[in-house]
Design a protein around this ligand. Structure first.
Ligand code: MG
Length: 252
């Protein structure tokens, strides 16, 4: 069942989304190549979220042991923060959720650690742009499938592949709600997009095969061929005027 949100509910989600965006920014700014561990970033993210009167949506969600999913290089999503040090040339995906006043926000961004290869930078650029292409489809009268169709078309035309095993999702009072928002498929597939829908668009893009596997820790999803992977995510609301991105920082 898809829950449509009123204007006042979307305003609350905007606040949760702001906290997510600013937590990402604070964590990214703290990265020192060769020094910062993923566990330290998790602590910084959690402290920021709590300082805003919110709680980390992911902590203990289905038993996840941290506040931020941190996935490095060939790790796609759901990496568990650890003593791993981020090294010059790595790419690191930070995925974070914040819950405040009854509503969740959820967003992710993949950052370069120091100087990265041209190929890695291109993967980041293509994945970020595929998110924008997907968001542009979030308009009334289209189908949810139009989002994934746009993402897949853009990604594959750039020689990369889209992860199929994981999808975007509705969000609101629950971290995961209907509808499922795949990053691939047919334009006309899925439910109609309606005003008041709130969901996460989150392409996961691999430099090699789209196939993934889960490590024995039960969480970390990695590319099956060891290739690099990137992940960008925004929470959006569908309005009369089109998509409204909720996971943005406050304008200065
Ligand atoms: Mg999500």
């Amino acid at each position: 069942m898809i829950f449509l949100k009123r204007q006042d509910e979307i305003a609350l989600m905007r606040e949760s989304g702001r906290i997510v965006a600013e937590a990402l920014r604070v964590m990214a700014a703290a990265i020192v190549p060769g020094k910062t561990t993923t566990k330290e970033l998790d602590e910084i993210g959690e402290a920021y979220i709590r300082s805003q009167g919110a709680t980390p949506s992911f902590k203990n969600y289905r038993g996840f042991p941290a506040s931020v999913c941190i996935s490095v290089n060939d790790e796609v999503v759901h990496g568990i923060p650890s003593d791993r040090v981020l090294e010059e040339g790595d790419i690191v995906s930070l995925d974070v959720g914040a819950f405040k006043d009854g509503f969740h926000g959820d967003g992710a961004w993949t950052y370069p650690v120091g100087r990265i290869s041209e190929e890695a930078q291109r993967l980041l650029n293509v994945t970020r742009e595929s998110l924008m292409q997907g968001i542009a489809q979030c308009r009334e009268s289209r189908k949810i499938g139009a989002i994934g169709h746009a993402v897949q078309t853009y990604v594959e035309s750039n020689g990369y592949s889209v992860v199929r095993d994981l999808t975007g999702h509705g969000i609101g009072r629950n971290l995961h709600e209907d509808p499922s928002v795949p990053n691939f498929g047919k334009k006309g597939a899925g439910p109609a997009i309606k005003r008041g829908m709130t969901f996460c668009v989150e392409p996961m893009v691999n430099a090699g095969t789209w196939k993934v596997k889960t490590l024995s820790d039960g969480w970390t999803v990695v590319t099956a061929d060891g290739s690099l992977s990137a992940h960008f995510e925004h929470t959006i609301a569908v309005t009369e005027d089109g998509p409204m991105v909720l996971t943005l920082p406050n304008e200065a």
